[in-house]
Design a protein around this ligand. Structure first.
Ligand code: KG4
Ligand code: ZN
Length: 330
């Protein structure tokens, strides 16, 4: 079963071909991030326009790289939401047109749930598990019982983890996306005596809050302008420790042996290191996808599309993108 995955929810236009949800045949991606960098964040109209120009070449490239043609595709999976409406519309409309032309079904997938499926391309998922989704727009901790059964345990009440990096980076005069820039600057120092606070929402809460870190970062930059690298280090440590704390709390409440990480922030080496450390301490397995599948891609979309297809989920030609698509809903 060969699934063509299409991703266009934000600033990456991506296509991939995946067999049986696990075997990656080819992947292709065009990013408009460099254009948005000038504005310090993604400009929705610009993203949508770039998707319309990139989508066909990206799909043609992936077919060519796999040595296949469109008649070898058995189903099309596409990110249905959440995301930017104009951006999603390009992917969804293209997916429907392609599928209609080839007489194959279309399966809509949830972008964040798809991020978790970057792990399925590495090895079969071991259920039940915890999933930690950390991206530029979302921070969610989920109990993942089996394919299609996810319960959200905790979410951010304000900024997402990636957003904390992006806003902190902007305050430090670094470019967008800020995560990799903060990580690079933080790596130039060994440690710091500077401390940034982690919001405490009560010991029973598995929610996150990152807006306070942003304000504290700005204050620190003003009071200690010559300690930029140390501030980057403290910012990274604060965000990562908030994530570790809630995963650790969830592990004490739910009987799971596996934790799966996903989303752009998972590319962060400090987070990877601290999560693996937690895994050793708590005797659980921590799974982190290769960095190239942590950020937006279509392989994860094709993988989840396959599993949804096996459960009979199909998109109708009348379906439109689901901009606010709650995680856990099918
Ligand atoms: O999942 P993603 O590619 O896009 C969505 O938001 O859906 O995540 C992008 C986010 C950005 O906020 C970016 O700054 C962050 O992931 N990010 C990182 C790193 N690489 C990307 N954050 C920290 N460290 C990194 N190395
Ligand atoms: Zn994403």
């Amino acid at each position: 079963m060969r699934v063509l995955g299409i991703e266009s929810s934000c600033d990456e236009t991506a296509a991939a071909l995946v067999e049986d949800g696990t075997r990656l045949l080819a992947t292709s991606l065009a990013s408009s991030a460099a254009i948005h960098a000038r504005y310090g964040g993604v400009v929705p109209e610009v993203a949508a326009r770039e998707h319309t120009m990139a989508i066909l070449p990206v799909v043609e490239q992936v077919l060519q790289d796999a040595g296949l043609n469109r008649h070898d595709v058995d189903a099309v999976a596409v990110t249905e939401g959440p995301g930017l409406l104009g951006a999603l519309l390009v992917g969804v409309t293209f997916a429907k047109g392609f599928a209609l032309g080839c007489q194959v079904p279309v399966v809509g997938v949830h972008h964040l749930e798809a991020h978790l499926y970057a792990n399925a391309l590495v090895a079969p998922i071991q259920f039940p598990a915890l999933g930690l989704l950390v991206s530029g727009g979302h921070t969610s901790l989920v109990l993942w019982k089996t394919h299609g059964e996810l319960t959200v345990l905790g979410e951010t009440r304000d900024d997402a983890a990636g957003e904390a990096f992006d806003k902190g980076a902007r305050a430090l005069g670094l470019s967008y996306p800020g995560g990799p820039e903060v990580e690079r600057l933080a790596a130039t120092v060994e440690t710091t005596s500077l401390h940034l606070p982690i919001a405490n929402l009560g010991s029973s809460s598995l929610d996150f809050s990152f807006s306070g870190v942003k304000t504290a970062t700005t204050d620190l930059i003003r009071s200690q302008p010559h300690r930029q690298a140390e501030i980057a280090y403290a910012l990274q440590a604060a965000v990562v420790e908030a994530l570790i704390r809630n995963v650790s709390r969830a592990l004490s409440r739910y009987s799971v042996d596996d934790v799966y990480l996903a989303g752009g922030v998972t590319a962060n080496e400090f987070l990877r290191h601290r999560m693996q450390q937690l895994g050793r301490e708590q005797n659980i397995r921590v799974h982190i996808p290769p960095a190239r599948y942590c950020t937006d891609n279509a392989a994860m979309v094709a993988s989840l599309g396959y599993y949804r297809w096996t459960r009979g989920i199909r998109m109708s030609y009348l379906d439109t993108p689901r901009v606010n698509y709650p995680l856990g809903q099918q």
